[in-house]
Design a protein around this ligand. Structure first.
Ligand SMILES: Nc1ncnc2c1ncn2[C@@H]1O[C@H](COP(=O)(O)OP(=O)(O)OP(=O)(O)O)[C@@H](O)[C@H]1O
Ligand SMILES: [Mg+2]
Length: 247
């Protein structure tokens, strides 16, 4: 082994890692060799214009669509071909686009139903902590989620993910369609999640907020990754943001 390799820091096993994903919808080739890795506790922004493959990347990693080529590892174990519920059980809290509410369940039922210990029996997050994080949900505790505002439903969706004591939370367009004040509240919660050491993968159209919030950013263009690096460095490259995101 060369001296340089011997001295390289032992990088921790990624929470999730995708290697060379190629995904198709029918005959449409959507992902063209996407690589993505998230280290424990790391916050990653997945950026790109509409239709560039952000949600497809997430759906491919979790097994909602099956990539034609490439591998996915969760905490070092290959999960190719496993159904989403099995992959998610390995420590992933997934908040999908559109929130995935059960409108006939109350806030309490939605949260309690999701409760489970994390990997190694971790129980940092329980009902009390979720309600303390989202005081608004405490006020709406007995309401049906179908009767909540969009922002409150989003809080239920994130609260539900936290109740599973995840190692990684994936938020796909969590603030879409929400009023500015509620958005700020959601970003505050993402910051709290980050501070507690949970890794986060965030997709959001509010790029400037994400660049401040996240450790690392990836930009996707037509199913290719065109940037993967520190968010602080991307912030210094307005020409890249202009070219690929239109800022
Ligand atoms: N179920 C589907 N069947 C066929 N094509 C799809 C399907 N879902 C997405 N696509 C197409 O795949 C491409 C990537 O879509 P994807 O939803 O991954 O983009 P995205 O980056 O998440 O966009 P957005 O910002 O609009 O959410 C788009 O061209 C889209 O039209
Ligand atoms: Mg999407």
């Amino acid at each position: 082994m060369s001296a340089a390799l011997a001295q390289a820091p032992q990088s921790a096993t990624p929470i999730i890692e995708a290697v060379g994903l190629h995904t198709y919808y029918g005959n449409s080739h959507i992902l063209h060799g996407v690589d993505l890795r998230i280290a424990p506790g790391e916050t990653l922004a997945l950026l790109g214009r509409n239709g560039m493959g952000k949600s497809t990347t997430i759906r491919s990693m979790l097994g909602f669509v099956t990539p034609r080529r490439g591998d996915v590892y969760v905490c070092g174990e290959r999960v190719n071909g496993q159904p989403p519920y099995q992959t998610i059980r390995r420590g992933i809290g997934y908040v999908p686009e559109g929130r995935g509410m059960f409108p006939n369940l109350t806030v309490r039922e939605s949260l309690v139903m999701a409760a489970r210990p994390g990997l190694n029996g971790r129980k940092d997050w329980d009902l009390d902590r979720v309600l303390a994080t989202f005081p608004r949900l405490a006020e709406r505790f007995a309401h049906l989620t179908g009767n909540l505002s969009g922002g409150e439903q989003q809080m239920v969706a994130i609260g539900r993910a936290l109740m599973t004591n995840p190692e990684l939370i994936i938020l796909d367009e969590a603030t879409e369609g929400l009023a500015p004040l509620i958005r700020k509240e959601i970003w505050g919660v993402i910051r709290t999640i980050k501070d507690t050491g949970i890794a986060t993968l965030v997709v959001d159209k509010n790029v400037s907020v994400l660049l401040d919030l996240t450790d690392r950013s990836m930009i996707m263009v037509k199913g290719h990754v065109v940037y993967d690096g520190p968010s602080s460095e991307l912030k210094q490259q307005p020409q890249l943001l202009q070219e690929h995101i239109g800022l």
